[in-house]
Design a protein around this ligand. Sequence first.
Ligand SMILES: *Cc1c(COP(=O)(O)O)cnc(C)c1O
Length: 221
Amino acid sequence: MPVNIEQYKKITSALDNATLVAVSKTKPNEDIQTLYDLGQRDFGENYVQELVDKQAALSNDIRWHFIGHLQSNKVKYIAPFVHLIHGVDSLKLLKEINKQGAKHNRVIDCLLQVHIAQEETKFGMDEAEIAEVRVAISELTNVRICGLMGMASFSEDISKVRTEFRSLKELFDRYREWSVVSGQWTVLSMGMSGDYAMAVEEGSTMVRIGSLLFGERNYTA
Ligand SMILES: *Cc1c(COP(=O)(O)O)cnc(C)c1O
């Protein structure tokens, strides 16, 4: 399926100040190049090996976002170049990112993934775990926490999804004082193909959109 350029233009003109991360997982380099040629620079990937391969093949000025579930033993592969890691869901993982950041003489930008969906299956921290990170953060000088990321339930129930976005925004506002220790607190990553408009209404500053732009994914192909 070709890249939906009409949809891309529609989304970018509707977003105002929110940043679009084009989620290109499972999609070929040519599709990424198509959007790149239209000016898109932020791309999101979920799988470490795939991200490493694409980064090596494509333009150097792409900002690569890692949005998947990251295992500690794989941080080292993306540490040299990753722009923003969205899904930090444990202090252990954050410490490993810090270690790899130090090795590469970088400060790696991260978002804490918060568990907002009522579904059991979604990864993310609860408030107690976030508080634990808050205590540890001043010693982790090679990571910078820029904000929060969350995924709403996959639900037809629009009011439920809205409530989840709203609770994440509340948390984001409540933790604003983090900017004092982390240097930055500007990114609220929420909203995907099915719910991005609502997410922006509820205060999202960064949406992660895949299938609307690139078509449905076929994992078995
Ligand atoms: C795949 C993925 C997306 C994009 O999903 P679409 O519904 O295709 O827009 C966004 N965020 C995360 C964390 C993902 O894994």
